[in-house]
Ligand binder design. Sequence first.
Ligand SMILES: [Zn+2]
Length: 489
Amino acid sequence: MKSYIYVAILMIIGLTTTTAHAELQKNRYCIRFNATYDDNSNGEDYLKNDGLVAVPGVPYSITRGLDVVATGELDLNGCTDILKLTVDNTYKIHITYQINGADGRTVKFLSQNATSWKYGTVYSYYTTTKIYKIATSDGGPATIYRNMPNTVHGRLLPIARLMLERADILNWPTGVDIYYAIDNPTLCNPIWGHFLSGHSSDNLKKICYSTDTQKTAFAHETGHAIAHMHGGPNRGDYAGDTYLGARCIGNSYCHAPTTHKFFTREWVGAAASEGFAHFIAAATFNWRSTASGVFTYYKNNVYTTDFSGPTPASTPIKVGRYHSFELNGIAYNGNPNTLPTYSNLYCQPPTIFKHLGSEGDWLFFFWGLWTGGGESRFNIAEIKEVWANTPATEKAIDVHCVRRDIPGSEHGWTCFEAPWTYYSPSVEFGWRYDDGQWRLGFTHDEIIPSIKSIRGKGYYALANAALIQLGPEKKSFFEDTARRARVVY
Ligand SMILES: [Zn+2]
């Protein structure tokens, strides 16, 4: 008897609820972000289908006047079901350009006038909609699509989402947030373009970014942030092609006067750091199961060569912006002569000093390490483990370098491990008569100061760390890949 009464009460509640729903409009909102890029549709690109993209995890709020009708995060389809809407009312859909990813990872795009990284306002946008639709006859919701405008914030959000989805593969550790300040003259020097701003070891990484319409650079900068999470390749100076008399002068394909480019000659730490950031971008947009990835480079006037023939061209070829480099050059069983070992072919470091290389060669090295080698291949956490466990020796931090010329042979660099900081390019260190007595020193007036640079971690120390951390098989694959990519110096 008791249970009959209970059922009757439930039926009344059920009827009341149904009646209430019939008076309200049930709608489904779907937000789409514009993801049109200049460098789209390459390789096995995960963001190949340009146009309008759903981005899950983005916070929204819906208001009518001062009333907040609903708040939450967009679901896996970039949508949300909303009740309580009434016909002929205008609603504001407010989108915050932030993604709450899995495992405590958050991405925020700060507004242009934010003055603080941690507490700055997040960029947001709203659109208004007048409700006129009702639920469909079968009881399903009426779906309203709203497309966000094609702004720099909107274009970048789908890339950030892709990187969050692949966070475990890319070794973006849990609980680490990345904030991006975009076109923000207070937090970022606009002259510098895109760069990683925060090098601290805390759980917040900061990236400066300026208006752009391509996607590789964004993933590249995020790659620098990932390198700084638990110690991947991230340190070295950009000066390997700069000094007067260095061999690279005159060879514009090895030298970029005010910046670094894909094949310019840099200190090994800088070349590895940039190559790793390129590699994270490559791992974002390509499949790991095939070695035939594509990397689209975002700077202009870069030089490359045709590596497909039996021997590479004797002179590099100048190509324009968004040039796509095939990543399968480091594939196994290839002819070593056809491998993309650019520095070694065109911008060879001086014989005495080898700690110079190009970021392009390091990209090919990391790609080969990640995709090849069967059981021995490295995941990204292992690559970072090798770097993190390689001791930063004194030489890796500071080297004193001066120009070195050998008449008729080469112009370039050499580096002294001795602590002195001056050197004559033409006369050796030795005894000289000075101020009434013999002194040990330079015998010539022409004494030029050496330049103190950060070299970066050297190859042999890295290979040793690979052995200690990961064992002999992985070490041997590390060495094999390094030899093929010609980053052994
Ligand atoms: Zn970079």
